[in-house]
Design a protein around this ligand. Sequence first.
Ligand code: ADP
Ligand code: MG
Length: 342
Amino acid sequence: MPIQILPPQLANQIAAGEVVERPASVVKELVENALDAGASQVDIEIEKGGARLMRIRDNGCGIAQQELTLALSRHATSKISSLDDLERILSLGFRGEALASISSVARLSLTSRPASQETAWQASAEGRDMQVQLQPAAHPVGTSVEVLDLFFNTPARRKFLRTEKTEFFHIDELIKRLALSRFDVGWTLSHNGQNVRRLKPAMTPEQQLQRVATLCGRRFSDSACWIENQHQQLKLWGWLLPPTAIERQPGCQYSYVNGRMMRDKLLNHAIRQAYGDWLGDDQQPVFVLYLQLPADEVDVNVHPAKHEVRFHQARLVHDFVVSALSSALGQLQPQDLQAQQH
Ligand code: ADP
Ligand code: MG
């Protein structure tokens, strides 16, 4: 076969292999876009575990009519414009791939209105060349993205979808994690027309703890200790369950780096190490923790789905987390043990 440039749809479908693993990964990309757009309210509607429909609506800044076509093209982003920007990312997105990838493996429509426009416009991209169709629509200021029939044109991938219940479980889990990353945002989530979550913006510490209780359970919010620590430009805060309150079944393990949810090996290792011998082999740490450091101290462009980061000063970050948490746990230990004896 001669060398040829792949048609846009196929190139996007290949890229989609990296970011669109399952319905929850679509929801993650779309919600992150809403947050990057400055939304204070995000509403998510799901049907049939996301395989039939995912609709994410926000009240963010919107997209101008003349930019809708670009928003759907690959490598098109409003979030970075130089290597310098890439080295200190403040937004959740920056790859300019999500909308193009998703629209190559589902029927996607994007409806948006910025405050400067009288009417909204709707765009969708179809076919091999991903031709964009535009039409006027009704929508308040903000954006809705509707994704229908995920993987309808990639049957091999559709086969990997699990049951409706499992896929929705992953979506709900994702929304929990996202809602804990942005207390100032209001959230709703529905499945097959039924309300599953309704979270009002949580501004005061009491409202925030209430949100933690709703999402991680009362047992966690009642027993968790609040920690807050700073060393130079590194900051760590959040909630941590004392060892004596940890049960055998696993609990929340949510960590965030500069507001981005993570499954980071280094952080997990540091957290486990801080618990040390206080935890048995059959027990797992339970925590909701936020780490903040200067944006140019972490590389977020490590994984297409951005699950991982690379710390420039990995040792320093690791040791800071261990010492901040073990001192918090150390201070806790005596009363905590007493409490257990009673
Ligand atoms: P990225 O988020 O990496 O920039 P995406 O493909 O997810 O790439 O989105 C492309 C562009 O479309 C974004 O840079 C942004 O300008 C615009 N966009 C996408 N979703 C929204 C939204 N909900 N509100 C406002 N703008 C959006
Ligand atoms: Mg994005």
